[in-house]
Design a protein around this ligand. Structure first.
Ligand SMILES: NC(=O)c1ccc[n+]([C@@H]2O[C@H](COP(=O)([O-])OP(=O)(O)OC[C@H]3O[C@@H](n4cnc5c(N)ncnc54)[C@H](O)[C@@H]3O)[C@@H](O)[C@H]2O)c1
Length: 268
């Protein structure tokens, strides 16, 4: 049975969505979780949910872990509290640049880079010396289907660039980490029902609803993933069952990339 008893797991972006689901699932199998988020009230709500379920969780909020000194104090807090870190799960992200390429502003481009590529870089860099000292550690970076294929009509050139870049960073971390007992893996969700995509399913804006419907038509399973369906893969990757997985991308997309999907037609 999967058991992470006493493991120290840091998860960024635990105020909701996949980060909250991950905090609940990691704690449920015995891990001690340190979360963080820019959203204070919702991040505290996650801590309360984990503790109510009998789990162990602390949290840093409100913090922006894309700032190197903040990332360092978040990581150091886990080591001060529990003496070690076993897993850094770089889950948090924010896609700022949306819409046609030619209309992408410098501000949105730079913010997307900051929140989707620099943020996992600075958190991983802050954890690295602890992993080296311990001669063990695992970094899980949250990639995306957008690292592999452009999901028109989602349209964000910056998001496609950052997530593809993060897969490259993951390979580099695995290459350099091996001699130190450090593994690095990216976990790429397809389309997930989370606060980040709520606008597609809320029915409030016909244009956004049309985008959501177009996305679902591309998925052979015909639905978006739940946050729990992504979190459970992260738990598996951190478990003793996945110790040979390293330097690669694990795509959890309901068949989106592998199948050029069109509605089912029986073979004639
Ligand atoms: N939802 C999807 O369809 C989808 C698909 C592929 C990949 N992803 C990726 O999955 C990850 C989780 O996304 P989600 O769907 O749960 O979205 P979400 O917006 O619900 O969760 C992201 C969390 O990260 C937090 N966050 C953002 N910037 C932060 C910062 N600077 N410091 C601290 N916390 C910060 C947000 O406040 C939020 O709580 C992201 O990396 C996202 O790019 C999502």
């Amino acid at each position: 049975m999967l058991n992470l008893d006493g493991k120290v797991v840091l998860i960024s972006g635990t105020a909701g969505g996949q980060g909250r689901a991950a905090a609940l699932q990691f704690a449920a199998v015995g891990a001690r979780v340190l979360g963080c988020d820019v959203k204070a009230a919702e991040a505290q709500e996650t801590v309360d949910m984990v503790r109510k379920a009998g789990g162990t969780m602390e949290s840093f909020h409100p913090v922006d872990v894309s700032a190197p000194e903040v990332a360092k104090s978040w990581i150091d807090k886990a080591v001060e509290t529990w003496g070690t870190i076993d897993v850094l799960y770089n889950n948090a992200g924010q896609m700022r640049a949306k819409g046609p390429f030619a209309e992408t502003s410098m501000e949105d481009w730079n913010l997307t880079l900051q929140y989707e590529l620099t943020m996992p870089f600075v958190c991983s860099r802050a954890a690295w010396p602890h992993f080296v000292r311990q001669h063990q550690g695992l970094i899980i970076n949250t990639g995306s289907i957008s690292a592999h294929v452009e999901l028109m009509p989602l349209r964000s050139c910056a998001h496609g660039a950052t997530k593809a870049g993060l897969l490259g960073l993951t390979r580099m971390l695995a290459a350099e980490g091996a001699v130190h007992g450090i593994r690095a893996i990216s976990l790429s969700p397809g389309v997930v029902r989370s606060p980040a995509t709520a606008r597609f399913w809320s029915g409030e804006d016909p244009q956004q609803t049309a985008v959501g419907e177009a996305l679902l038509r591309k998925i052979p399973l015909g639905r978006a993933a739940s946050c729990e369906e992504i979190a459970s893969v992260a738990v598996f990757l951190a478990s003793p069952m996945a110790t040979y997985i390293n330097g690669t991308d694990i795509l959890v997309d309901g068949g989106l990339l592998g199948v050029a999907h069109h509605p089912y037609v029986p073979a004639g």
